[in-house]
Design a protein around this ligand. Structure first.
Ligand code: HEC
Ligand SMILES: [Cu+2]
Length: 452
């Protein structure tokens, strides 16, 4: 079995090589089993086609590690290029030697039928020098690799180049106890979304996070279930989030990376880079790099409790909701009706948090400021219009679709399939004769859109 497979592999490799031997001597080409002229030209055309396709690659796409915008990614790119140049050198030397030997010692018409030349062992001097050269090349790669590892594992807060990066040095409202620390964000990986916890400020967000441009940020990497990997190609990565292990990394966006200003800032795109289950490919995230002033505003706004849709306290609002008629409320105040569903029949509060409200669920993303996000469901449904701003109509459509049909958008997602998820909630509502309708999903989405 194995042998036959091996033979077949060797045979097909040989015929592939033959197909490419466009310029082999006529005698060889005319042997039985050699591919015809058409096959050879086809092989050449395929090769050129691949080369053309590769030429279409861009270095500056959204998730290109070849377009760094911060010191860590720049250092990683430098290491990458060292490796590329060394490998290219090896490739050229080996490739050229092979090409010369194959051409020089090829089978010529007059050789056909002659016995093979004597088969001898190689030259010891050449072999030892090749081993020496390989070791030298590995050392050339190892030195910048080690430097890079140390660079990534030392918070550079004491380097003049990065000053001032300690919270107290640039953030007048920094909490007392963390004034001598850099900004820290603890990232929790979930199947299949991200939680970003700014413990120093008591602010939590999900799937999109905000950083001040030009400041060192320490990112603590934690997992709530399986292994994930944090990768923001233009800034830093990839380091794993492992259950039971306290990994971390630091990153910094260059000081000029603030986009058009405001809280949108400059967007950076990232994703989970470690296979983590069914919806792994849909586990994306985004970073907004903003000016210092906008970052402070963002923190202040994120700390503020969310008011209920009708003036007063949440308790008073929910009490009032109990006595309202659904149909009437839906017609008069769809946002309030959406909130009523959220805290009632649709049971969204068991998994989601809205800051300052009775919804304090921890199973799904924090929704306190869901309407300020540029995508829904960890980066897979785009809210941005062509002008690069959040398009409210598009966002509404995305939220509606996600709430009603999340399992179509992101197969396997836990919002639907957990034992307490929407699948179960819908089944219960259907049993009670009050199934959720598309209009309900719409009103829920309208309510979420008020959470800016
Ligand atoms: C069983 C727990 C659970 C329930 C109940 C639940 N969700 Fe979720 N929700 C989740 C999880 C988990 C995610 C993350 C899914 C993903 O992206 O893989 C999520 C994601 C979301 C998102 C996307 C958040 C973002 O950052 O883009 C929205 C919006 C949302 N839920 C709204 C709702 C609404 C409205 C309800 C009630 C109808 C609801 N959820 C009920 C668990 C739940
Ligand atoms: Cu993951």
């Amino acid at each position: 079995m194995l042998n036959a497979g091996l033979c077949r592999t060797v045979a097909s490799a040989e015929s592939m090589l033959r197909a490419l031997s466009l310029f082999s001597p006529k005698t060889y080409r005319q042997r039985p089993g050699s591919p015809g002229r058409a096959a050879r030209w086809l092989a050449l055309a395929a090769g050129l086609g691949v080369a053309l396709l590769l030429a279409g690659c861009s270095f500056t796409t959204k998730q290109s590690a070849l377009d760094p915008k911060g010191p860590v990614a720049r250092d990683q790119l430098h290491l990458f290029y060292v490796t590329v140049w060394v490998s290219l050198f090896i490739f050229l030397v080996v490739g050229t030697t092979m090409a010369v030997v194959v051409w020089k010692y090829r089978e010529k018409p007059e050789d056909i039928g002659k016995p093979l030349p004597p088969q001898a062992h190689g030259n010891p001097l050449v072999e030892i020098s090749l081993i020496g050269a390989s070791i030298a090349l590995l050392v050339i790669v190892a030195i910048p690799t080690l430097k890079s590892i140390w660079f990534g594992y030392d918070l550079p807060t004491d380097q003049p180049y990065y000053k001032p990066s300690l919270l107290g040095q640039w953030f007048p409202n920094a909490p007392e106890k963390s004034a001598d620390e850099p900004l820290e964000i603890t990232v929790y990986g979930y199947q299949w979304w991200w939680m970003f916890d700014y413990k120093q400020f008591g602010v939590v967000t999900a799937n999109e996070f905000w950083i001040p441009a030009g400041k060192v940020v320490k990112i603590n990497l934690r997992s709530r279930d399986v292994i994930h990997s944090f990768w923001l190609p233009k800034l830093a990565g990839k380091i794993d989030l492992m259950p039971g292990r306290a990994n971390w990394l630091w990153l910094m966006a260059d000081a000029d990376q603030v986009g058009a200003g405001g809280q949108m800032g400059q967007l950076f795109y990232g994703q989970c880079a470690q296979f983590c289950g069914e919806a792994h490919a849909y586990m994306l995230f985004r970073a907004h790099s903003v000016s210092e002033a906008d970052f402070e505003k963002w923190i202040a706004q994120s700390k503020a409790p969310v008011p209920p849709p009708i003036d007063g306290t949440w308790d008073a609002f929910l009490k009032q909701m109990r006595t309202t008629d659904d149909k009437q409320l839906q017609a008069q105040n769809p946002v309030a009706y959406g909130a009523k569903l959220f805290f009632g029949r649709a049971n969204c509060l068991q998994c989601h948090t809205i800051n300052g409200s009775p919804a304090q669920g921890l199973i799904g993303p924090d929704l306190s400021r869901i309407a300020s996000r540029t995508a829904v469901a960890s980066g897979i449904m785009e809210n941005l219009g062509d002008d690069g701003k959040i398009d409210p109509a598009l966002q509404l459509k995305n939220l509606e679709r996600w709430i009603g049909y999340s399992q179509d958008v992101k197969p396997g997602d836990k919002m639907y399939y957990l034992p307490t998820g929407l699948q179960k909630i819908e089944a219960d509502n259907i049993k009670a004769g009050t199934p959720l309708t598309d209009q309900d999903f719409h009103d829920l989405a309208l309510f979420l859109q008020t959470l800016k």
